[in-house]
Structures are given as C-alpha cells and as structure tokens.
Design a protein around this ligand. Structure first.
Ligand code: NAD
Ligand code: NA
Length: 396
C-alpha cells in the first residue's frame, strides 16, 4: 500500500517501513564510519526499538561486534494497517545484523512484567550464557508493578506551585503560554513508580539470580537534566523526581554487583526529538532553539552520535569512566556548555510565533519528528507501493 503520515498531536498513527529501514541503515553506516569500539560482546537492550535504546543496540552490534537481545513494546502490522515504527526499526536492524553475521533476537512485550523478564532469561540461557551489558532505555507513561498488581500512570507536572512558560505547537509554529498545575503527592509517587529505578533494579536482580551476568558486567540507564527554562516542569517536576530515583538506584545496583566487579551507571543524555520527548510541554520549543545553536556551532548530535560517543569516549576507553560530582556520566556536555545555554536563554526571551522561524530550528524539529515514523527520509520513494506486513526476523 501507499503509506502517508496520519498525525494526531504529538503522535503519528502510521509508520513507513522503508523510511524506518533507511533510518536504521543510516545509523549503522554512521557507526561503521567510526573507529571500532573495544566494547561489550553480549548485550541486552531494554527499550531497544526506538530512540536511545535503538542507537545503543546499533552501536553495540556494529561498533563492537556484539550479539544483541532487544526488548520492546511495539504494535505489529495488520493487513492494511502499519506497525508502530519500532517494529519496522527492529526488522531492519535484525535483517542487517544477520547479514553481518551478528546474533540478534528480540522480545515484544511489557518489560515491566514478570513474563517478559522470564522469557528474556530463558533466551539468554539458551543462546548467550552470560551477558556483559544491559542498557535500560524505557520511556513509558504507564507501569503495572508485577509484585503489587497496581498500575501506575506518570504525569508531567511541576511540584509545589503552578508553572507557566512558553511552548510551541511544532506543527503550526504557534508559540503560546502553557500553564500547568502542580502535582499532588500521589502523582509524584506514581511517576517515580513508572520512570524511576525500581524496574531497572528488578531486571538486574532477576538476571543476577540466574547467574546470567558476566564478571565485570555493566548496566546503564539514561537520564536528562536540561536548562533553567524547563527545570520547573522537568528536572524539578515529577519526571525529575523519577530521574533522581533512577540515579540513586545506580548506586544500589552497583552495591549488589560488587562480587562481579560490576557497575551500574546513569548517563545524562542530550535533549532529542523522540516519541517520548515530543509529549513534554515546553521541551519542543527548547529543542528547536537548541538545535539551531548546536547546528551553527557544529556540535549537533542525534541519538546515534550520542551513544557512539558514550561508548567510545566514556564507557569503553580502557580507563575509569569519567563521572560528574553526582556519579553520573555526562554526554550532555555540549548541550550544557555555558555559551550554548547563554544563547538559549537569550533567544528564549525573544521567542514568539513571528520570531521563532528565524531564531529556532522548527523545520529541523519537524523533520526529526516525521523521521521518527519513517517519513521525510531522504532517498525513500513515498509514492511506491510497500508491504506493511514486515516480519521481525529474530522475534522470539
Ligand atoms: P523512546 O520513546 O524513543 O523509546 C522508548 C523505548 O521503550 C521503545 O523501545 C519502546 O518500545 C520501549 N517501551 C516503552 N514501554 C515499554 C514496555 N512497557 N515494555 C517494553 N518496552 C517498552 O524514548 P527515548 O527518548 O529513547 O527514551 C529512552 C530513555 O532516555 C528514557 O529514560 C528517557 O528519559 C531518556 N532520555 C531521553 C532524552 C530525550 O530527549 N529524548 C534525553 C535524555 C534521556
Ligand atoms: Na529507547
């Protein structure tokens, strides 16, 4: 069929298999263009189908010759109805990995559940024995805790007082003011339950109990800090409380890994257009201003450049991993550069519907958004008939 984007707010209901495939091939080619990484050989990526998780899987496989298992939650295609993008991304990745002689299998289901953890354990036992890296890259609005059966929903709200700031509708370019009422205590706790570190720790506990973690094992989860303009709704808001919890969990997990000489890290990554971030108010306006500045400075990166640098210059240098004063890896260093943030603050004050096209990279934001779903990708013929019923070769 001919597949066109069907956008509803910050999601797109369709995805293009060829465009998703091309995105994955572009990321693989980027990794191949960089020097080899003396990195992990057997890797589990939880949240492996899009964004930073997909980039982590590609970097492990094509940068370090790793066998990879991916866990994700994606909608398969039906006749006449496309899959979600992560399905097509995974199909393309596993096809390319197999061509390169690399092991690549995956599990599609709820990573928060006991069932998916057990399936993953069985697969590692059968095929890999022990693993040396787990990347934890879930972004979800909802989690059912398998121990309590309680379903938690996260919220994106400030804490302590209401928040008012600029935001942009990235489809229309209209800049307006958004006001968000503060979260109550229950909403804070629910957000921590979804996006904090509890499930990450459950995964590592479960894998360790089965003796599936190799000596010198490493696990990494992703966090974000960001600028002053988003602080009230992000880092000091409900999601920030969850990230504080995630960061604290790294220390708890590291303690539990002492007998394996293992380490758990949180890496603070750059702001990027992903399905997760486009849903957060204020962030799209910040990203469009940030992109313009970082592109002008020649320091703009996408997920793949970020994760390549994380592996090459932080995790697998052969030396100790450089950490900030709170024990975190910082790969948001270029975003957070003083000169970059000073320009963001200046342009933020000037941002209006009229000014944004000249001071921000809204066009770049939009292209990245459509690219997430496989649209507007260079080299893809969108007038051609494509088969939506793509199979994921390594799906268990
Ligand atoms: P994303 O939406 O692109 O990826 C989310 C992944 O999680 C997908 O593979 C999806 O299938 C999977 N997933 C979601 N719910 C699941 C479930 N119940 N079971 C199994 N898989 C599930 O998001 P992203 O932006 O790559 O975010 C990944 C991490 O990086 C998050 O912790 C996020 O906070 C962090 N981060 C994001 C940014 C950013 O700007 N996008 C910046 C820094 C850190
Ligand atoms: Na991800």
């Amino acid at each position: 069929m001919i597949i066109e984007p069907r956008v509803r707010g910050f999601i797109c209901l369709t995805a293009h298999p060829k465009g998703c495939e091309q995105n994955v091939i572009n990321q693989i080619n980027y990794i191949k263009s960089q020097s080899a990484i003396n990195g992990p050989k057997k890797v589990l990526v939880i949240g492996a189908s899009t964004g930073f998780g997909l980039a982590s899987r590609i970097t492990s496989a094509f940068g370090s010759d790793a066998a990879t298992i991916g866990v994700y939650f994606e909608k398969p295609p039906q006749e006449g109805k496309t899959a979600s993008p992560g399905w097509y991304n995974t199909a393309a990745f596993e096809t390319e990995a197999n061509k390169a002689g690399l092991y690549a299998k995956s599990i599609n289901g709820d990573a928060f559940s006991n069932e998916v953890k057990q399936q993953t354990i069985d697969l590692i036992k059968a095929d890999l024995g022990q693993i040396d890296l787990v990347i934890y890259s879930l972004a979800s609005p909802i989690r059912t805790n398998p121990k309590t059966g309680i379903t938690h929903r996260s919220v994106l709200k400030p804490i302590g007082g209401s928040f008012s700031n600029k935001t942009v509708d990235f489809h229309t370019g209209v800049v307006s003011t958004v006001s968000i009422e503060p979260a109550n205590e229950e909403e804070i706790q629910n957000t921590i339950a979804v996006m904090g570190g509890e499930d990450w720790e459950m995964w590592i506990d479960a894998l360790k109990a089965e003796n599936l973690l190799a000596d010198g094992f490493t696990t990494v989860a992703y966090s974000y800090i960001g600028p002053a303009v988003t602080e009230a709704v992000y880092r000091k808001g409900t999601i920030g409380m969850a990230k504080d919890h995630l960061e604290a969990t790294a220390f708890t997990i590291t303690d539990k890994l002492a007998d394996l000489n293992g380490k758990a890290y949180v890496s603070v990554n750059k702001a990027l257009v992903t399905q997760a971030s486009s849903a957060i108010p204020v962030i799209p306006l910040y990203i469009s201003i940030l992109y313009k500045i970082m592109k002008e400075e020649g320091i703009h990166e996408g997920c793949i450049e970020q994760i390549q640098r994380l592996f090459q210059n932080r995790l697998y240098t052969g030396d100790a991993v450089p950490l900030d004063e709170k024990g975190r890896i910082r790969i948001d260093d270029w975003e957070m550069r003083e000169d970059v943030q000073a320009q963001v603050a200046k342009l933020w004050a000037e941002a209006t519907t009229e000014e944004l096209p000249s001071i921000g990279d809204l066009a770049g934001y939009k292209t990245d958004f459509f690219n997430l779903f496989g649209f507007q990708v260079a080299g893809v013929d969108y007038t051609a008939d494509v088969n939506e019923m793509v199979k994921v070769p390594g799906l268990v």
